[in-house]
Structures are given as C-alpha cells and as structure tokens.
Design a protein around this ligand. Structure first.
Ligand code: ATP
Ligand code: MG
Length: 241
C-alpha cells in the first residue's frame, strides 16, 4: 500500500524504466541524472553505477551504491527522513547501481550559508553522521529545500568498521543529545539487534562487521548522551564544500 508521496517515489525508483539524461561533472565518481518512468509517471533521479566508482584504498570496490541505500534505510528507520528515497537497481543502463530521487533545490542553500537558527536544526544530522560513520560530510551535501525540508546526500563512503568520521558540523560538541533523538536511536539499536525486516535489509547491504560496528556506535551515543568531540587524524572532509 502506498500511503505517502515518498513511498510512491520509492516504487517508481524501484520499478521504473531508467534512462540516462545527463551527467554530474564535479563528483569523484561517475554520477548521472536519470529519467525514471513507469505507467505514465516519471521522475528524475541520481544514478551511481558501481562501475563508475573510483577505487578507494579503504572501502571494498563496488560497495558504495549499497552504502547509499543503507544510509537511506537508516534515516527512514530513525523516522528522520533526511535522505531522499534511494534504491539499488541491478538493471541500470550502465549496470547495477544506486538510484536516488533527484532534489530540485538551490545548491547554494547549504550548511555554510545557513543562518544560526537553521544550524540549530542540525542535531539529528550530527547524530546520523556519527551513527553511519560518515567519512565525507561536506557542507554542500547538507541542503534546505524551498519548503525548508532538511536533506542529506552523498553517502557512498559511510559505515566503515573503523572510525572515519569527517564532517564540517562540529557545532554541538559536548552538548547533551536531546531526548527525542536518543529515543529514536534506542529504537534503531533494537532493530539492529533483532532479526526483523530492517536487520535483514542491512545484512544484504553491509558486512556483518560493519553492522556490529554501527550497533556499537549506536550504543555509545545512547550511553554517552552527548555529541562526541573530533577524534582522529583529520576530522574534516576535503574539500569542505
Ligand atoms: N539526490 C540528489 N539530488 C540532487 N543532486 C544530487 C543528488 N545526489 C547528488 N547530487 C549532485 O551530484 C553531485 C555528485 O554526487 P555526490 O556528491 O553524491 O557524488 P560523489 O562522487 O561522492 O562526489 P563528491 O566528490 O562531490 O563527494 C553532488 O555534488 C550534487 O550536485
Ligand atoms: Mg562524495
């Protein structure tokens, strides 16, 4: 049953015919704009084929698209709705890859350009990035839509077992994590340690070790109850935007 517009978009992404419509020029990996059509309906999506992934020393080859989907499932399961609907498609025009709803929003409305008030809304973003161990949270990938919805994109290099948190958002270091965020984190941790549908979905996308490491990070956030300090050689992404 389709009861919300984002689930509707998810179904189109999952079942529609995918055609390449353009290419994003500035990313590290091959990223395409795609038109996805089904039963007279269409939408634009961002298609990242596994084949277009630039090899990295620390992430297994061909694993970035699955991480994009795992980030979407995490945000959705937390009830935070930060990541646009994202699916894996085996039959993409350039082979298997991730397909994410394209956000038709002002790319200049990103973190560095936010007002103080807008920055106050970023506590769930920080908790999310710590949880998924985001190794590349650039300013340009934290966006506000014209309806003020907060969106996060680019989650290819997340969920590593080792600590790799690199982010531009260090606004809340040492501050208490609000109770509503902790409540959602506890519920999420319970999913991870059960055998439910979400746990099986993660098992298809991430390694067992990566899932265990995420469980440990969830547990740490819950028990510490505070936003962590920068820890590691380089806690910032490069470039910053
Ligand atoms: N869902 C989306 N909606 C709109 N634009 C998007 C979306 N996802 C990605 N883009 C655009 O495509 C560009 C490249 O995507 P992304 O940053 O995810 O790939 P990347 O290969 O990791 O690039 P980078 O080297 O910039 O990190 C983004 O900077 C953004 O302009
Ligand atoms: Mg990136």
């Amino acid at each position: 049953m389709v009861d919300n517009p984002r689930d509707h978009n998810l179904q189109i992404l999952q079942n529609g015919t995918v055609q390449v419509a353009g290419q994003f020029m500035w990313g590290s990996n091959y990223t395409f704009l795609a038109k996805v059509e089904t039963q007279g309906e269409s939408l634009l999506a961002v298609y990242k084929p596994l084949r277009g992934e630039r090899p990295l020393w620390d992430f297994p080859p061909g694993s970035l698209a699955a991480r994009e989907v795992a980030a979407y499932l995490t945000s959705r399961a937390l009830g935070w709705d930060l990541v646009p609907p994202t699916v894996l498609r085996e039959d993409g025009p350039a082979g298997p890859g991730s397909l994410q709803l394209y956000l038709d929003i002002d790319p200049e409305r990103h973190y560095f350009n936010f007002s103080d008030e807008e920055r106050q809304r970023l506590r769930p973003v920080v908790a999310f990035d710590v949880l998924i161990n985001n190794a590349d949270r650039k300013s340009g990938h934290i966006l506000l839509g014209s309806d003020d919805h907060l969106w996060l994109i680019d989650h290819g290099i997340c969920f590593h077992r080792d600590h790799k948190l690199r982010t531009v958002v260090w606004d809340f270091v040492g501050q208490p994590i609000p109770q509503d965020i902790l409540k959602d984190l506890r519920a999420f941790r319970n999913h991870l340690t059960s055998n439910d549908e979400l746990a099986s979905a993660f098992a298809e996308l991430l390694s067992q070790g990566e899932i265990e490491a995420m469980t440990v990070r969830a547990e740490q956030l819950i028990t510490e109850g505070r936003f962590p300090e920068p820890d590691g050689v380089r806690p910032y992404p490069w470039p910053l935007v």
